[in-house]
Ligand binder design. Structure first.
Ligand code: F6R
Length: 609
């Protein structure tokens, strides 16, 4: 969603911000803006649409001279995408400009209060309310004004602020929305995401909730509640800038698909030693594990789909009821959560509003929360009882691929670790699964090396307008992810069904030429799935089947085309089967000329409910 980048130092700020904003484009946005603070006061430029529009208006930055400024990409919440609603916003007194990520929940009340005091508003945004509130408290002490305003703001926010009276100073304050401060050679930085400033510095401070940072070219100071100055620890970002660049690939999504063998290796190999799974990240007491009556797995979108795979696998391995829940539904469904419940939250960003809410509700009800997160220091990582990081590196494409694969890999580790403690797995089974895990990266490489076959299949089917995915058990879980991937980037309508369910209604939609993609990797149920394939084939459907090398013979006579993946332990099949489906979605979207890394209406990190 929205992105923030700010700079104060001896360089020209505008080009630095334009570059930073381009690096934040992946988050999804609909307008962009920039403010420069200097001896001439505050100068503002904002534009609906891409950062390129903004850049053209200011001559690539050359028309806005000055060493201090803040830029923003906005994903509309309050008020439509427009020049007026774009950030930064300037206060009624003209002295203060701010950019904002998040949502101010009590903005209407505050707006009414300010209007009653005679303040006039130019936009429909909650951000302008925050800006005017700071101006309202401003009496020459900008730190105090920001603190007073922040005390009255409810909701989630990351604010970047400049004040005309302090031309080389940036201020930042946050609550439940991330902000980092970067220490550079020729100045200091402010950003909502390290990707925006990584080309300048890897030395960053992570701002905590309710903390205020005051940034000048030579210093960064932090203030906690009551404006007490605090010391913070400098962190070093260890991923390389190339990880957040395309590196010769046409799209981030394709690059991230290709990175999966390495990403999964990084997730797994440090946690498997001498044939044993070591989860140093979690501290589970065996008695606690034995007392568990239920596990909930909570997430949104693809993270939820990982949960659906894990539900099948964990129930099989642990013999405990496991439920996969959509985070947006979870807390309003009176979940049966208590101290004998483990809640596993899955989130790449660690910032998804619904998953955060589900996590907090689970903790409030007494559950222990284990999270599977990619972004270090994110809200979910910070607030969970235990965190297992996926170590997938930055994921830039909106459509997740390597995060999905690494999250899945972590669920296998959790399954093995817990099954071992609970005594629900035999030694042979444990060893076979560990062997399978260690072989996953090379099998993923093998699948990727035959990507041209998937590209060819995409060229046959890319002009379909309705596609149905069917599968049973873990293959059904996989249809959910395959269908989501396809529709989010290619805009083709598709649906995912448990294969046995079609004849209870949906089969009426099958007609001559309808494409049905059958996931038939799960050997135990392959014959059942073949029966369902026959049902749709005899009603005119074209069949593309995904199966394992040993499954080909079972599906050959009923399929028009087949995608084959290597055999592996049945628990691990989704890790291999998802990759051809990611490639299929990618190639189909490419052939349809879609905006692959930034699909319409979508944002990378969904920080609103
Ligand atoms: C789909 C996709 C989304 C995310 C979902 C959760 O390709 O990326 O469905 O999986 O928005 O995001 P995180 O994992 O950041 O909580």
């Amino acid at each position: 969603m929205c992105g923030i980048v700010g700079y104060t130092g001896s360089q020209e700020a505008a080009p630095i911000m334009l570059d930073g904003l381009r690096r934040l484009e992946y988050r999804g946005y609909d307008s962009a803006g920039i403010v420069i603070s200097g001896d001439g006061g505050l100068r503002l430029c904002k534009a609906k649409g891409y950062v390129e529009n903004l850049s053209n208006l200011i001559g690539g930055g050359a028309l806005m001279k000055g060493g201090t400024g803040i830029g923003h990409t906005r994903w509309a919440t309050h008020g439509k995408p427009s020049d007026e609603n774009a950030h930064p916003h300037i206060s009624y007194g003209g002295k203060i400009a701010i950019v904002h990520n998040g949502i101010i929940e009590n903005y209407a009340k505050l707006r009414d209060m300010l209007i009653a005091k005679g303040v006039q508003f130019k936009s429909e945004t909650d951000t302008e309310v925050a800006c005017n509130l700071i101006q309202y408290f401003y009496d020459g002490d900008i730190l105090k004004a920001v603190s007073e305003a922040a005390l009255r703001l409810e909701g989630s926010y990351a604010l970047g602020i400049v004040c005309e009276d302090f031309p080389d100073t940036l201020l930042a304050v946050r609550k439940e929305s991330p902000l980092v401060l970067g220490v550079g050679k020729d100045g200091n930085f402010l950003a909502s995401d390290v990707a925006a400033i990584l080309q300048h510095t890897r030395d960053v401070y992570y701002l905590d909730d309710d903390e205020i940072a005051v940034v000048t070219p030579r210093s960064i100071k932090f203030y906690a509640a009551g404006l007490v100055e605090t010391e913070k620890e400098l962190s070093r970002v260890d991923w390389d800038i190339s990880a957040a660049e395309k590196g010769g690939y046409e799209h981030f999504m394709f690059k991230e698909i290709m990175e999966q063998p390495e990403a999964v290796r990084k997730t797994l190999s440090p946690r498997i030693k001498d044939g044993r799974v070591l989860l140093d990240d979690v501290r589970f007491d065996p008695d606690y594990l034995k007392s568990l009556s239920r596990i909930y797995i909570v997430g949104c979108g693809s993270a939820y789909h990982v949960g659906v795979v894990a539900k099948y696998n964990l129930e099989k391995l642990l013999r405990i009821p496991v439920e996969a829940c959509l985070a947006s539904e979870f807390r309003y469904a009176s979940p049966l959560v208590g101290d004998k419940t483990l809640v596993i939250c899955i989130s790449q960003s660690g910032m998804t509003a619904d998953t955060i809410a589900a996590m907090r509700e689970s903790k409030r009800l007494g559950a222990r929360v284990l999270s599977i997160v990619n972004v270090v220091g994110s809200v979910i990582a910070n607030e969970s009882d235990d965190v297992i990081y996926t170590w997938a590196g930055p994921e830039i494409a909106v459509a997740t691929t390597k995060a999905y694969s690494t999250q899945l890999a972590v669920t296998y580790l959790i399954g093995l670790y817990m099954a071992d403690i609970l005594g629900t797995i035999t030694k042979d089974e444990y060893d076979a699964l560990v062997r399978g895990l260690l072989e996953l990266p090379s099998k993923l490489e093998k699948i990727l090396s035959s990507k041209e076959q998937v590209q060819y299949l995409a060229s046959i089917y890319f002009n379909k307008e309705n596609i149905f995915f069917i599968g049973r058990n873990i293959d059904y879980a996989l249809t959910l992810e395959s269908s989501l991937k396809l529709k989010e980037i290619s805009y083709i309508h598709s649906d995912a069904y448990a294969a046995g369910e079609l004849k209870h209604g949906t089969i009426s939609l099958i007609e001559d030429g309808t494409l049905v993609i059958a996931m038939a990797s799960y050997t135990q149920l392959i014959d059942k799935t073949v029966s369902n394939i026959v049902e749709v084939k005899s009603r005119g459907a074209e069949i593309l089947t995904l199966t394992t090398e040993s499954g080909v013979a079972s599906v050959a006579h009923t399929s028009d085309n087949i995608i084959t993946i290597p055999d592996t332990h049945e628990v691990l099949l989704p890790s291999l089967a998802v990759v051809p489906m990611q490639l299929f979605s990618y190639y189909v979207a490419l052939m349809r000329g879609c905006s692959i890394d930034k699909p319409r209406n979508l944002a990378k990190s969904v920080t609103v409910e």
